[in-house]
Design a protein around this ligand. Sequence first.
Ligand SMILES: O=C(O)CCC(=O)C(=O)O
Ligand SMILES: [Fe+2]
Length: 198
Amino acid sequence: MDLFSNTTNLLPYDGETLYYGHILSISEANRYFEALMHNIAWQHDEAIIYGKHYITKRKVAWYGNENYNYTYSNTTKQALPWTPELIALKQLVENITGTQFNSCLLNLYHTGEEGMAWHSDDEKALGNNTIIASLSLGAARKFSFKHKKTAEKRDIILEPGSLLVMQGTTQTHWLHRLPPTKTVKNARINLTFRSIVY
Ligand SMILES: O=C(O)CCC(=O)C(=O)O
Ligand SMILES: [Fe+2]
C-alpha cells in the first residue's frame, strides 16, 4: 500500500491524473532546487518545425539509466547518467507511486514568461498508457489539461515540492500545458520521471 493513496483523479473521464501535493518539505524542496540549478547540464531546447530550427528560452536536460536516445520535436537527445540528487528524487517518487522509472526530463523555466505549449507525451518510446511522474520545485505555476475532443479543461496549481502523476489514458485523450504568466518572476524546475520502453 502506498502512503499517499488518498488522492483523487483531477480528470473527469478518459484518463487518470493524481495530485499528491507536497512530497518534500519546503526546506528539502529549496535545497533540491538550488542543487539542481547548479549541478544539472542545462541546455536550451531545440525543435525543428516545418523545417525551421527553433531554440527555446526554457532549458532542458535529459538523464537516464542508459544512454537512451529520445526523439521529440524532430530532434534526438541522449540521456546523461543519474546524479546523486536525481537518484534520491527518483527513489522517493518510485516509493510513492510504486513504479520504476528509467529516465527523467528536466525543464527549467527562468520566469513565468517561459512555459510549454499544449502537447501530450505520447511518443512511441513511452509506449501505451505510460506513467509520468512530475515533480515541481521553485515557483508555483498553473498547469492545464484540455480534452482532445470535448475541449473540456482542468487547471491545477503545481506547488514547489509537489508531485503530479499522469497515467492510464491521460496522454491519449488529454493535452497539457504550462501557460506563460507575467505574474511569476521566479524560476521553476520541473522533473518528469518517465519509462522508456525500448
Ligand atoms: O513543466 C511542467 O510541469 C510540465 C512539463 C511537461 O509537460 C513535459 O516535460 O512534457
Ligand atoms: Fe508533457
